[in-house]
Ligand binder design. Structure first.
Ligand SMILES: Nc1ncnc2c1ncn2[C@@H]1O[C@H](COP(=O)(O)OP(=O)(O)O)[C@@H](O)[C@H]1O
Ligand SMILES: [Mg+2]
Length: 250
């Protein structure tokens, strides 16, 4: 199963990705975790040793320059990237992790060449036939292109019971419809009670397919700087339930 996790910054994409990845790994699956967030934290959430030392591909400027063959505003549309997973992937048990990062919007220079390398790499990773894939990404999905997003089985939009995250979810839904993506699903995070769920359903007019409660254990793990993925048995259960629903939705 290939799952992409999107949503406004801070809604809990990395947290939910980490729980989903660990539950898949505990089921004996080979899991490929891809961190495509501009500020990547998935390695830490998953308890990878040396998480701090893993450099996102997007920050390897020489490599990006070499592969994109960028010259002024010209660059390769199909850069060679097939050797990069072998060189830069890190592994813990049956979880492999690749940290791509993302091009910061409004940054200096042309983002197109960088995006071409990241997109090619992501497409290569998504072709992997024998692994489950969880892609932790940012809110915007348009730079990834329709082809990339269409090749995931589920595009999850994480929301919290606050207007800001629901507005972003609406934008992602519109974008998804424009890209003709029909496998968009909403997952609610930091839920404290039924009032939160009522508010979400009223605003979005859809029922979330997964619910993750606000967890003191996750807060404590985050504050202590310890891994998140196994910090709360309640959220592990939420991830198990969500995966079961996803398996039956396609
Ligand atoms: N269900 C939850 N319960 C408690 N804290 C949470 C929960 N989900 C996320 N958090 C906390 O909220 C913050 C943002 O979560 P994170 O997963 O990093 O968001 P994102 O990846 O969307 O930016 C983190 O400090 C995380 O520990
Ligand atoms: Mg994140």
């Amino acid at each position: 199963m290939k799952i992409a996790v999107s949503g406004k910054g801070g809604v809990g994409k990395t947290t939910i990705s980490a729980f989903l990845i660990q539950v898949l790994a505990d089921r004996g699956r080979q899991v490929l975790a891809v961190d495509a967030d501009p500020s990547p934290h998935l390695a830490r959430a998953l308890g990878f040793p040396q998480a701090k030392n893993i450099r996102p591909i997007v920050e390897m400027r020489d490599l990006i320059q070499e592969r994109s063959e960028r010259c002024g505003s010209f660059y390769r549309l199909n850069p060679k990237v097939s050797d990069l997973p072998g060189r830069f992937m890190v592994q813990r048990g049956n979880i492999k992790l690749m940290v791509l990062g993302a091009v910061q919007q409004g940054g200096a220079g042309c983002a197109c060449a960088d995006n071409a390398v990241l997109r090619a790499l992501l497409n290569t990773l998504l072709l992997s036939p024998n692994e489950d894939i969880v892609l932790d990404m940012e809110a915007g999905v348009e730079h990834l292109g329709r082809g990339t997003i269409a090749s995931v089985d589920h595009l999850l939009i994480v929301i919290q019971p606050y207007r800001g995250s629901l507005e972003t979810a609406n934008k992602i839904q519109t974008l998804g419809r424009d890209l003709k993506i029909d496998h968009l699903e909403v997952v609610a995070n930091q839920i404290q009670g039924h009032k939160d769920l009522d508010y979400i359903e009223k605003y979005l007019k859809v029922k979330p397919i997964g619910i993750f409660f606000a967890s003191d254990e996750v807060r404590e793990a985050e504050r202590a700087g310890t891994p998140i993925y196994d910090s709360s048995s309640r959220l592990t259960k939420s991830a198990q339930e969500l995966l079961t629903v996803l398996e039956h939705t396609k």
